[in-house]
Design a protein around this ligand. Structure first.
Ligand code: NDP
Length: 327
């Protein structure tokens, strides 16, 4: 059978991750990358794949089965999503919670008009975590859902620490609070504030002559960012920093704690521990690109989310093979 021909629109962290993930899926082929930058300035992992200007994307309609959109949610996708849905079946990782229905509508119109599938908000959160929250709530209607994030790199908080006088380099990780998780797993169904759910951990390289205690104090008392959290500040040397803190780890937990019958405690837990957030998100996008291709071949059109996609469509295995592996 023919390979699924995939394009990438926008080549940053996520775009690079998509390129790597396609290499691990033998039923797929990356045929082109599109960028708003000068194509010769964009260096791919595989130099044999062509890079084209986004402005000429329309000319490549006939050669691409699914376009994976790797632009940022804030300003890129609201523009690129509806535009590209006119020409291609698309998958993206739109994660602006407050605007998801607006974005769905903006994709649905062009996709239906031109006969394409546009799958939005794929990744881990939104994405796999959303599915797991839905399972928990549908299966255990009496209960509470908890999402904990981390250990994860927070870009905004890292920037805030870097602005403190005396800081040369810094990263900030958000960690789930171990006590809070233990109480949830125990079926206590506690009411937890954001502050009680997460701790903060900083790794800092001091500038020449800076005083560790002063820097630590400025960080842990910083309003909005750290003052309301339990924060640990670790001072390390630059070599260690460059070696151990150049990844983008993330992950977290979705836990549904419920009661069935009269008093049976039931707990569902799903967790992710990711060395690289963009590489993992990209891997999810690629599996869903397979589903989008199959739906499009079956004549489906319009905007969709992970809730609309049957799990079997994600797998390269045939329905008969999957049935054999049901149990
Ligand atoms: P990047 O900032 O790395 O890339 C975004 C865009 O910026 C690219 O598409 C690219 O467009 C442009 N760009 C990238 N590198 C450069 C550069 N050196 N100079 C100029 N422009 C550049 O963002 P990420 O790939 O890290 O993240 C993209 C989105 O993924 C996030 O906004 C977030 O919404 C989403 N995401 C979703 C998750 C989920 O679970 N659902 C998890 C993680 C991320 P172009 O090639 O056209 O210039």
């Amino acid at each position: 059978t023919a390979l699924i021909r995939v394009g990438i629109a926008g080549y940053g962290n996520l775009g690079r991750g998509v390129e790597a993930a396609i290499q691990q899926n033998s039923d797929m082929q990356l045929v082109a990358v599109f960028s708003r930058r000068e194509p010769t300035s964009v260096t791919l992992l595989n130099a044999e794949v062509p890079v084209y200007a986004m402005a000429e994307v329309e000319q490549h309609q006939a050669n691409i089965d699914v376009m994976i959109l790797c632009g940022g949610s804030k300003t890129d996708l609201p523009e690129q999503g509806p535009y590209l849905a006119q020409f291609f079946n698309t998958v993206d990782s739109f994660d602006t919670h407050a605007k998801v229905n607006e974005y769905h509508a903006a994709l649905d119109t062009p996709a239906k008009k031109t006969g394409h599938v546009a799958l939005l908000s794929v990744g881990w959160d939104p994405g796999l975590f959303s599915l797991n929250r839905l399972f928990g709530e549908a299966i255990l209607p009496q209960g509470e859902t908890y999402t904990f994030w981390g250990k994860g790199l927070s870009q905004g908080h890292s920037d805030a620490v870097r602005r403190v006088a005396g800081v040369k380099k810094a990263v900030q990780y958000t960690l789930p609070n171990a006590d809070a998780i233990a109480r949830v797993r125990n079926g206590e169904q506690p009411v937890l504030s954001t502050r009680e759910k997460h701790n903060r951990e900083c790794y800092v390289v001091l500038s020449q002559g800076a005083d560790a205690e002063t820097v630590c104090n400025s960080i842990v008392t910083m309003p909005d960012y750290f003052a309301d959290f339990d924060t640990v500040v670790n001072f390390i040397d630059e070599t260690t920093f460059d070696k151990e803190h150049n990844n983008m780890p993330h992950g977290g937990f979705v836990i549904r704690s419920g009661v069935s019958g009269t008093s049976s405690k039931q707990t569902i837990e799903y967790s992710l521990k990711l060395d690289s957030n963009p590489e993992f998100t990209a891997s999810v996008l690629v599996a869903y690109a397979r589903a989008v291709h199959r739906l499009a071949c079956a004549g489906e059109v319009g905007a969709k989310t992970v809730f609309d996609i049957a799990p079997g469509l994600l797998s390269p295995k045939s329905p008969a093979q999957l049935r054999k592996e049901l149990l």
